[in-house]
Design a protein around this ligand. Structure first.
Ligand code: ADP
Ligand code: GLC
Length: 468
């Protein structure tokens, strides 16, 4: 089957969060399963673009309203990601250092239109166009109703929601950017008086998926106004849990790690990493180490961290270390930085994005904290499991689907119900209790490393959806 993935991010070309990881891995596993999967993304101005060789695969012109834009389809020469990678270059619009910017409506519209224009030039048709998140969400509508793309009408479309909070809303004053569409089809773009790309994709795609079963149920209850639509379209909506790229995320081979380990030497392996990280960040290696890795935004519960950590350190009399890696809202960054003054030796933070450090933290940590208010899937807890790090998660979305509390039969993690300081503090006490029950702690650690969250199962679920 030939599958074309459209996405704003794809690791290692450009990654802001989990979307990049997913689109960098799923096509590779689809190719390994015998499909012909490709990624078509905007040509962002990232390191990867400069460090690799590209060929001009196609050039053309499109109209964005009254602006004529020239686009170039660049193809990565060596197939190094395990799938064909195409980047859409529109000078001044796609080639920015930032993946997301303030004029995303125009930028991503131009990228979507150029991609469809190019697909229409192909001699053959692909089997599936698989769109990810709102940046690509107008594609299923345009494939059905834009006169220029009639040729693509019979190609199947799948729309995957990685984050339902961002729907790509735009005013009707921007409608002139769209290509000419069939009379009467405007209603499929409208939601509450705005153009809502996500709602159009939910209505026009052949299948709609999101990245965990629980999040699909949550969307039917609460989806910034689209909940009724998800219920109405329930028959074509599916939850497909993400996988992780076990060829990259494996502590036995991870190229970012200075030392490797596996289930056989997990204790010694993690100790080495923890010692080094504790030295680097001036933490106490005798204490358990709890890390947070992620975007510092309210969705992730990051606004709760500084106060909750302060309280947990006070209540446990400094018998635990916390280390935060992340960037995001200024006020959260400031609070987390300020806490360093008051909790020397047991708390530290690194404000910024650092891929290499994140891998070392998964390896060094005893626990990973994820107090998310919303978590469609969450990859951090799956990486953590693979690295023998016990997840402490709020029961929501994909966290609920992948983590079982150690108090339950067969459980291995720590779960809590509310995204509150209280629940984080209580979970810290429970983490300490588990840490000092060393036999149980070591047994859980070795067991979680063996869990199978690889892409093989998820890619098979996508195959069934494509065929369905
Ligand atoms: P989301 O996509 O909502 O941010 P996910 O859990 O799906 O959440 O994926 C987050 C990904 O981004 C993981 O690979 C995580 O390790 C990575 N990540 C997040 N923040 C940082 C950071 N500051 N430095 C390095 N990696 C980060
Ligand atoms: C989104 C979600 C996250 C998910 C990721 C990949 O960014 O916030 O929960 O893991 O997409 O699907």
């Amino acid at each position: 089957m030939e599958i074309i993935h459209l996405s704003a991010e794809c690791y290692p070309v450009a990654k802001v969060g989990g979307l990049g990881d997913v689109v960098g891995a799923l096509p590779k596993y689809q190719c390994q399963a015998g499909h012909y999967a490709k990624v078509v993304m905007p040509a962002h101005n990232t390191k990867f673009m400069h460090q690799n060789e590209w060929v001009n695969d196609y050039e053309g012109d499109i109209w964005l309203g009254s602006y004529k834009l020239h686009y170039v389809i660049l193809k990565e020469k060596t197939h190094k990601l395990g799938f064909d990678l195409y980047c859409v270059l529109i000078d001044g619009l796609t080639n920015r250092e930032k993946v997301y910017d303030t004029d995303d409506t125009e930028r991503f519209l131009a990228y979507q239109i150029a991609t469809l224009d190019w697909l229409c030039q192909w001699q053959h048709l692909p089997d599936v166009v698989h769109c990810h998140d709102h940046h690509t969400a107008l594609v299923p509508f345009m494939m059905q109703y834009a006169h220029a793309y009639r040729r693509l009408r019979r190609v199947k479309t799948v729309f995957t929601i990685h984050n339902g909070l961002y729907q790509g809303w735009m005013g009707w004053d921007k409608a002139h950017y769209l290509p000419a569409i069939a009379r009467g089809s405007e209603g499929l773009l409208d939601w509450g008086g705005m153009i809502n790309p996500m709602s159009s994709a939910v209505r026009c795609a052949d299948a709609v998926t999101t990245v965990s079963w629980s999040y699909m149920h949550e969307l039917m209850e609460k989806a910034v106004g689209l909940e009724g639509l998800f219920r109405q379209e329930a028959r074509k909506c599916h939850g497909v849990l993400n996988g992780i790229d076990t060829q990259i995320w494996d502590p036995a081979v991870d190229t970012y790690l200075p030392h490797h380990y596996s289930t056989e030497d997990v204790q010694a392996g993690k100790e080495k990493h923890k010692k080094e990280i504790c030295e680097m960040f001036d933490l106490n290696p005798k204490n358990p180490l709890i890390v947070f890795i992620g975007r510092l935004v309210a969705e992730k519960g990051a606004d709760l961290l500084a106060h909750a950590i302060g309280r947990a350190l006070h209540e446990t009399q400094g018998r635990v270390n916390f280390l935060v890696l992340g960037s995001g809202a200024d006020f959260i960054e400031n609070e987390l930085s300020a806490l360093k003054m008051f909790a020397k030796g047991v708390y530290n933070c690194f404000i910024g994005y650092n891929e290499a450090l994140s891998h070392r933290l998964y390896a060094a940590a005893d626990f990973i904290l994820m107090p998310s208010r919303v978590e469609p899937c969450g990859l951090n807890q799956m990486y953590a499991l693979r690295y023998g790090t016990i997840p402490m998660v709020r029961s929501t979305g994909g966290l609920q689907d992948t983590v079982k509390d150690f108090g339950e039969q067969g459980g291995f993690g720590i779960r809590f119900n509310q995204a509150t300081e209280d629940d984080i503090v209580i979970s810290t006490h429970r983490a300490l209790q588990l840490y000092y029950s060393q036999d149980l702690f070591q047994a859980i650690r070795a067991r979680i490393m063996t869990f199978d969250h690889s892409w093989e199962t998820s890619q098979e679920n996508y195959r069934r959806i494509y065929e369905g």
